[in-house]
Design a protein around this ligand. Structure first.
Ligand SMILES: Cc1cc2nc3c(=O)[nH]c(=O)nc-3n(C[C@H](O)[C@H](O)[C@H](O)COP(=O)(O)OP(=O)(O)OC[C@H]3O[C@@H](n4cnc5c(N)ncnc54)[C@H](O)[C@@H]3O)c2cc1C
Length: 473
């Protein structure tokens, strides 16, 4: 067995969260080994946020051009996927090559190791036949994988995950999307705007089921207007592929045929492959539980999607800052004496380690209109026993929404006893941007009375917040 090599910190998984932690700890002067089996940067830049938003940018340009007839004359639109695929290949992903990203890490002083990292007893990580002993800690940032539901026959078919959907060069004639969550909806609408006949199959009774029902309605109506067929309350019982097309057999005798099938039914962490049991941790959970400093146990931190705190790049980055501060703090405490910490350039001290707080967690589904939300939905607030007030305004009744002919809404969820907002939803052409005001309100617990008496610029989409505040009851 190889002799363990002693380093300060080992980071396993260099996705959004792991790369940020590893790079910043290396910059602070620690000896850091970063282990990645796929591409440094992870899901977001190669198969997630960035390329999907490039697809959406292009699809929205088509949709806007199609509105010329409504507002400004006539326009003929001829969709072409080639520029989209080219931009994803060349600008977003370097044709799925992480050379630049690896250099970004090693230039900060980190040591990069390509391979599968696995815990191998207290403080140890094994990568193939290399073993590293971490003096100060191990950080896990291994993300999640798509959940492939146990539908009869599905596993034997050439179904797509987000990887194939993002890498596609030639669009199929028709696409079946299993799952009506954020990823399914975004990709469905983008492909539909390029002329693909898209059907979404969702087992729940509405799409975007984790968000407010009013938001689901607007999103579903928008997708239907783009020609997307949406089947809610439909369970897939069997999937077959005849070498050419997919057939989905659903409850109630429903049959749907499509050229391709995209599985977008959620994501989960693969904890059982991380060797958690070698450190006395339970690998059978869906996510890796962390405390508010992102600690899993003594000497182990976790960051990003695998913590289950919110599957978003901004959550991974937020958590990464906490991990960095806490590891540096831990390192200083482990090196007492006059020279303690003198080689470290981090700024966090014992009082400076921030604690994770997800009360004002924002999320945006980048459909058109965008669905932005922060904090609790009405239902979640009621389930927590909060004395709830709700205020709703429709974008169409605001001046800007009427001018724009935009669908959308603002929904506010207030804690009447405390006089603050605990959640909000903003649906509209700039729903994700309008959301920022609501995030500040929830995060800062700004008194509703103050929100009512501030000045909202005319005629903006965000003026609809003022109407919703007026409607709180
Ligand atoms: C289609 C799509 C669109 C999205 N759009 C958005 C968006 O608009 N906004 C947003 O905020 N979020 C979006 N997300 C979510 C976002 O991509 C994730 O939240 C983010 O990538 C999480 O980062 P992470 O560091 O936790 O994990 P990941 O980015 O998944 O990285 C984990 C890394 O760990 C590596 N790894 C795993 N196991 C091991 C191991 N044993 N050894 C070595 N390496 C390992 C993997 O190869 C991977 O590179 C989207 C996701 C998808 C799929």
């Amino acid at each position: 067995m190889a002799e363990p090599e002693v380093v300060d910190v080992v980071v396993v998984g260099l996705g959004v969260g792991g790369e940020e932690v590893a790079g910043r700890l290396a910059e602070a002067g620690l000896s850091v080994v970063g282990v990645e089996r796929g591409l440094v940067g992870g899901e977001c830049p190669y198969w997630g946020c960035v390329p999907s938003k490039m697809m959406i940018r292009a699809a929205n340009a088509l949709a806007e051009a199609r509105r010329v007839d409504e507002f400004a004359g006539t326009a003929q639109v001829q969709p072409d996927w080639a520029p989209v695929a080219k931009r994803i290949r060349e600008e977003a992903t370097d044709t799925w090559d992480d050379t630049v990203a690896v250099r970004r890490f090693t230039d900060k002083g980190g040591r990069f190791v390509r391979g599968d990292g696995r815990l191998d007893g207290p403080g140890r990580v094994r990568v193939g036949d290399q073993v590293f002993q971490a003096r100060h800690g191990i950080v896990l940032g291994t993300g999640t994988r798509p959940v492939v539901p146990p539908i009869d026959g599905l596993a034997d078919t050439p179904y797509w995950t987000n990887h194939q959907a993002i890498e596609v060069e030639d669009l199929p004639g028709s696409l079946l999307v299993l799952g009506g969550g954020a990823i399914g909806l975004e990709l469905a609408q983008a492909f539909a705007r390029f002329g693909v006949a898209v059907t979404i199959v969702e087992a729940m009774d509405r799409v975007l089921a984790v968000e407010e029902p009013e938001a689901s309605e607007v999103a579903a109506a928008a997708l239907r207007a783009d020609g997307v067929r949406i089947e809610t309350g439909l369970r897939a019982e069997r999937v077959a592929h005849d070498g050419r097309a997919f057939t989905l057999y659903g409850t109630g005798g429903v049959t749907i045929v499509a050229d391709e099938l995209l599985v977008a039914t959620g994501r989960r962490a693969d904890l059982d492959e991380l060797g958690l049991e070698t450190m006395g941790l339970d690998p059978s959970r869906r996510h890796l539980a962390v405390d508010d400093r992102m600690r899993v146990a003594a000497g182990i931190w976790a960051v990003g999607d695998l913590t289950g705190e919110g599957p978003f790049t901004h959550v991974a980055m937020y958590q990464a800052a906490i991990v960095v501060a806490d590891v540096l703090d831990h390192t200083r405490q482990a090196q007492p004496g006059p020279e303690a910490g003198t080689t470290l350039s981090g700024t966090a001290g014992p009082a400076g380690v921030p604690r994770a707080d997800y009360r004002a967690l924002p999320r945006v589904t980048f459909t058109d209109p965008e669905v932005g939300a922060v904090g609790l939905t009405e239902r979640q607030a009621r389930e927590r026993g909060i004395n709830v007030q709700v205020g709703l305004s429709r974008l169409g009744s605001s001046a800007r929404g009427w001018i724009h002919r935009a669908d959308g809404l603002i929904k506010l969820v207030a804690d009447a006893d405390r006089g603050v907002l605990v959640g909000a939803t903003s649906v509209g052409p700039a729903g994700g941007e309008v959301l920022s005001a609501l995030v500040v309100a929830v995060h800062g617990a700004v008194p509703i009375d103050q929100l009512r008496h501030m000045i909202y610029a005319y005629p903006t989409f965000h003026r609809a917040i003022e109407d919703a505040l007026r409607n709180l009851r």
